[in-house]
Write a protein of this length. Structure first.
Length: 150
């Protein structure tokens, strides 16, 4: 059951990310209101840059292969965890990305907003040393001992 919930979460995240990118010009006045609302959750995670789109533009998106997030909370408020994976993130205004390239190792702080605006938005980003090891593993949510190990 937990895997199905997580798979549904990822499909929703991908669909919302694609929809918000595709519709950003059409609904420009809606984005600032959503961005000023408090996030539902926020996380700090390390990862490796896969791709940076439009690094100089207002609709910058970063694809990041991030480490597992054990305490990730679903839309329903359940701690389900998030496995290490590659995902697209929007980037908040003022977060510098022009000097990033595929392969760079970073630490990002991102916010999750389940309703309205960009669902996953990087609000802080810091480059880490290139030799930083990024752990690629399944999430281990608290209380998840009843599930089989990967």
């Amino acid at each position: 059951m937990r895997r199905w919930t997580f798979a549904a979460l990822l499909c929703t995240a991908a669909a919302l990310g694609a929809a918000s990118s595709a519709c950003s010009d059409e609904h420009a006045e809606e984005a600032p209101a959503a961005a000023t609302s408090p996030p539902d959750q926020s996380y700090t995670v390390r990862g490796r840059i896969v791709h940076v789109s439009r690094p100089e533009g207002p609709d910058t998106e970063v694809s990041l292969h991030h480490e597992a997030i054990d305490a990730f909370v679903s839309r329903d408020g359940e701690v389900v965890g998030m496995d290490a994976m590659t995902m697209p993130f929007s980037v908040a205004a003022g977060v510098p990305v022009s000097d990033l390239a595929a392969g760079d190792v970073v630490e990002v702080h991102f916010e999750v907003r389940w309703n309205g605006g960009d669902m996953l938005t990087i609000t802080r980003l810091r480059k880490l040393p290139a030799e930083t090891v990024i752990e690629d593993r399944r999430a281990r949510p608290p209380g998840g001992a009843d599930e089989a190990p990967p």
